[in-house]
Design a protein around this ligand. Structure first.
Ligand code: ADP
Ligand code: MG
Length: 331
């Protein structure tokens, strides 16, 4: 048995792994639970995610990545190893080749750290690719033509905006405002308006269920529970779409501003192509209700949400792994 090549989307929120010839075989939150005293790993992925905010004092639940880069090297390595082991992609005598994505503006030191973590967790040869490029390929864009393509990837920790042509990034920007920022905006707003403290997971539920960013869009509401800041007792309040979009307004404005900046730096021929082809939204944040319409109106360019935006990068790694061998055979 030979080792199978794999593509990894190492995201701040989720890790997805594409196994060549099979498809996406793993999709789990990037979370680990450790017992610091015993220096042991208690759980990884889904199992660890369920423990967020619910652990006793001796167990620590953490996210090994922050803002798209490795915040804790050891736990990133342990998490990747846990995931790769589960897939049984190793051959009898060989290790898999691994293609992994990183944000556009990581430093060379950070790049090296990512490569090293992957190598240690079981890779033979490691290829690093810029995430927006892979996201665009996974969203079905043909980025290898001499024509402009624009993608906005809104993940958990970062939003990456890029214009691509002939297989490479022409202009790009990355900001640390994305899904987690929205969750935090919601936590702060509920604290201020309702004197109620809610957890990260509840904030994310609110975001997914009731966000409606485009004026005049669908209005929703959700009853949520938290801890009253004054009495300290559990209490329920109802949150509306208006309240959530107000809370997220500033963060959304930053994303808009970043996209505008990238468009302004883009050579005119490529801008003209983008007016024709539109902008593609990928990453979990692409699912925010009304965001596509809002961006389209503000940027005066058509905006489309990719099909299955959370899986674009992983799908893209699959496509790139296939072409890796084709290139080899030609040369
Ligand atoms: P990363 O690449 O950083 O791991 P992902 O592309 O996996 O990020 O997206 C994760 C983010 O998308 C999280 O902040 C999550 O809350 C958000 N998200 C997931 N589904 C939705 C949804 N339906 N609406 C809005 N946000 C969503
Ligand atoms: Mg991502």
């Amino acid at each position: 048995m030979f080792a199978k090549d794999i593509g990894i989307d190492l995201g701040t929120s989720n890790v997805l792994i594409h196994v060549k010839g099979k498809g996406i075989e793993l999709n789990e939150p990037s979370v680990v639970a450790v017992d610091p005293a015993a220096k042991s790993m208690v759980a990884v992925g889904e199992e660890a995610h369920r423990m967020i905010g619910r652990t006793p004092g001796n167990i620590q639940v953490m996210r090994p990545l922050k803002d798209g880069v490795i915040a804790d090297f050891d736990s990133t390595e342990a998490m990747l190893k846990g995931f790769i082991d589960r897939l049984k992609v190793r051959g009898w005598f060989s290790k898999p080749r691994i293609l992994i994505c990183c944000p556009t503006d990581v430093t060379s030191v950070e790049q090296k750290a990512i490569k090293e973590a992957v190598q240690k967790s079981g890779g033979r040869q490691v290829f690093l690719e810029a995430e927006p490029k892979v996201a665009a390929i996974g969203a079905g864009m043909d980025i290898y033509q001499p024509s402009g393509n624009m993608v906005i990837d809104i993940g958990g920790g970062t939003t990456d905006v890029a214009v691509l042509s002939m297989g490479d990034i022409v202009t790009s920007a990355s900001i640390k405002i994305a899904g987690n920022t929205f969750d935090n905006d919601i936590i702060q707003s509920i604290k201020k308006n309702h004197k109620l403290l809610i957890g990260e997971r509840t904030a994310e539920d609110v975001k997914i269920a009731v966000t409606s960013l485009f004026p005049g869009g669908e209005e929703k509401e959700l009853a949520i529970r938290g801890r009253d800041l004054v009495s300290g007792l559990p209490r329920t309040v109802t949150i509306t779409s208006k309240e959530v979009s107000d809370a997220m307004e500033e963060s959304v404005a930053w994303i808009l501003h970043t996209a505008k900046n990238v468009l302004e730096k883009t050579p005119p021929e490529l801008s003209a192509d983008i007016i024709d082809r539109g902008i593609i939204l990928t990453g979990g944040g692409a699912l925010l209700r009304g965001l596509d319409q809002l961006l389209a109106e503000e940027l005066k360019v058509p905006v489309f949400t990719a099909e299955d935006p959370l899986a674009c990068v992983a799908k893209g790694t699959g496509i790139m792994l296939d072409s890796l061998d084709k290139k080899r055979r030609k040369s």
